[in-house]
Design a binder for this molecule. Sequence first.
Ligand code: DX5
Ligand code: ZN
Length: 219
Amino acid sequence: MAVQISPSILSADFARLADEAAAVPNADWLHVDVMDYHFVPNLTLGLPVVEALRKATSLPLDCHLMIADPDRWAPSYAEAGAGSVTIHAEASSAPVRTLREIRSQGARAGLALNPATAVEPYEDLIGELDMLLLMTVEPGFGGQPFLDVVLPKIRRARALIERHGGQVWLQVDGGVSADTIERCAQAGADVFVAGSAVYGADDRVAAVDSLRALAEGVS
Ligand code: DX5
Ligand code: ZN
């Protein structure tokens, strides 16, 4: 399992997104939180901003769609050049079709689960996924405290992924910081989203490096 760090621009300065992307050249991905005021009680950005960001950074975009009806909108994010597009299981009524459409547009396909959503019902979809995202806060806002209650699910998800060949990445998102990343890595996560822990730091490069070192230290 290779550790990957995906800084979330939700905690960045939205008026300076190109500069904020350039501030984390040592990251593996740039995590882009798309929110629509319907699936979550917050509104961020959409396709035009993703298209602009695509041209403004060489980092691959990790688009996390916290939107209603992702079946309708997700393929456009893949088409716009996102490297990875993640939909929420709770919001999708045709996840297999949507995940296949994301892949057919050349992006990696991700499925996200809220803290209270069990992973077991999705075991049969593992072959349709490149990444499983387990939310470690309720989605909608940056800077919330990490929910330890999700740790057993991270362990169960890792075991399930290993039973199916071990190819699917296991991402955690929410409250990931120098205080919590080792717990996540220990439980089996390998892709770490960090918003406030990176963009709230004075030295973003050092923040990414130290999160990576902490996760690698336990994996
Ligand atoms: C929350 C978003 C996260 C958010 C994480 O719903 O999906 O990606 O940016 O922020 P932190 O790392 O501050 O919890
Ligand atoms: Zn996110």
